[in-house]
Every structure is written in structure tokens, then in C-alpha cells.
Design a protein around this ligand. Structure first.
Ligand SMILES: [Zn+2]
Length: 183
């Protein structure tokens, strides 16, 4: 049996990690062997945790390159979960394909587009090969409607990849984005 590829995407604050971890929970309840990864953005390695806002948390391996995933894979693994895939190199696509041919289910979560509205290449390529795509929405910071699909940067400095939270980004809907950008 081959595995399946599920990609969870959307803007910041749309609950991607929570959705990812809800699948970890499902596999854990089924006594399946799961393994969770997240990119190391600051040269810290080892075990970290990934947590939802509701307090459910799991251990995650920090990796700086996609192929490090293989260092942790053995025959027992049923499902692999990768958070923040937009920060991993595009080699991840080949690795995901290899994992599913080993019979492993793969779940990826990550931003689809940058605040400059450019697709993140790794996420985009994963979306193209996914069996299932879950596109999440956030609550728009401007109008309060649950239809935000954009991460809008509220501070002017920094490059396209500029790690931050509420201090730097808000989630907005397309209509509010148009107003913010005076289009
Ligand atoms: Zn709005």
C-alpha cells in the first residue's frame, strides 16, 4: 500500500498547526507510529514541541534540510507530519514522494503565499501533488469576517522571509487587502 499526501495551507493565524496536530492525535489514538518535523530557523537542533492554542502538544524534530527527515524514518513509521514547510527546501517534494511509496502517510502544513503575494515554492509544489488539500481561512483583522486568506505585513522593514507574529503581520481578507493597498 502506498501512503497519501495531505497539505494544509492558508494565511497566518488560520489554524494550520492545530489542524496538523488534530491528525497527529487521530493517528496516535489509532496506535499508529507518528513523527513530527519542523524547520530549524535559528540553527537550534534537537527536539522541540509543536503546540496548538488549546494546549495539545507533540514533540517535533528540528531539521534544517529536507533530507534530514530520512535520518529518523524506520519501518515502524506510519505517518510523517511536517509543519512550516514554506521554510524547507524544494527537495522536500522528492522526499515526500519516497515516503508515500514506503506506505507512509504524509501531512504538511505551511503558508501558501508570502506577504508580497508570491507563492512559496515548496508549499506550491506540495499542493500540486497532494491527494488532499485543506485550505484554511483566518479571521480578518480589519472586518472580523472569517474569510482572511492573506498575511499582510504591518511594518515596513525586513525581507520577504521575515519571521514574526502579531508584531509584524495581520491576516486580512481580499476586500480589506484592496483597501490597505489602495487598489
Ligand atoms: Zn476583511
Amino acid at each position: 500500500m502506498v501512503g497519501k499526501i495531505t497539505v494544509i495551507t492558508g494565511p497566518m493565524y488560520s489554524g494550520k498547526t492545530t489542524e496538523l496536530l488534530s491528525f497527529v492525535e487521530i493517528y496516535n489514538i489509532g496506535k499508529k507510529k507518528t513523527i513530527v518535523f519542523k524547520p530549524s530557523l535559528d540553527d537550534r537542533y534537537g527536539i522541540d514541541t509543536v503546540a496548538t492554542h488549546t494546549g495539545f502538544q507533540v514533540k517535533a524534530h528540528r531539521i534544517s534540510k529536507s533530507d534530514e527527515i530520512f535520518d529518523y524514518i524506520n519501518e515502524d513509521v506510519d505517518a510523517v507530519f511536517i509543519d512550516e514547510v514554506q521554510f524547507l527546501d524544494v527537495q522536500l517534494i522528492d522526499i515526500v514522494k519516497k515516503l508515500v511509496f514506503k506506505g507512509i502517510d504524509v501531512f504538511c502544513a505551511g503558508l501558501d503565499i508570502s506577504y508580497l503575494e508570491n507563492p512559496f515554492e515548496t508549499t506550491a509544489k506540495l499542493l500540486a501533488i497532494a491527494d488532499e488539500v485543506i485550505k484554511k481561512k483566518a479571521v480578518c483583522e480589519k472586518c472580523g469576517e472569517h474569510r482572511a486568506t492573506y498575511s499582510y505585513k504591518i511594518v515596513p522593514n525586513g525581507g520577504e522571509i521575515d519571521i514574526g507574529g502579531k508584531d509584524k503581520y495581520i491576516a486580512v481578507c481580499r476586500e480589506c487587502l484592496r483597501e490597505l493597498k489602495n487598489l
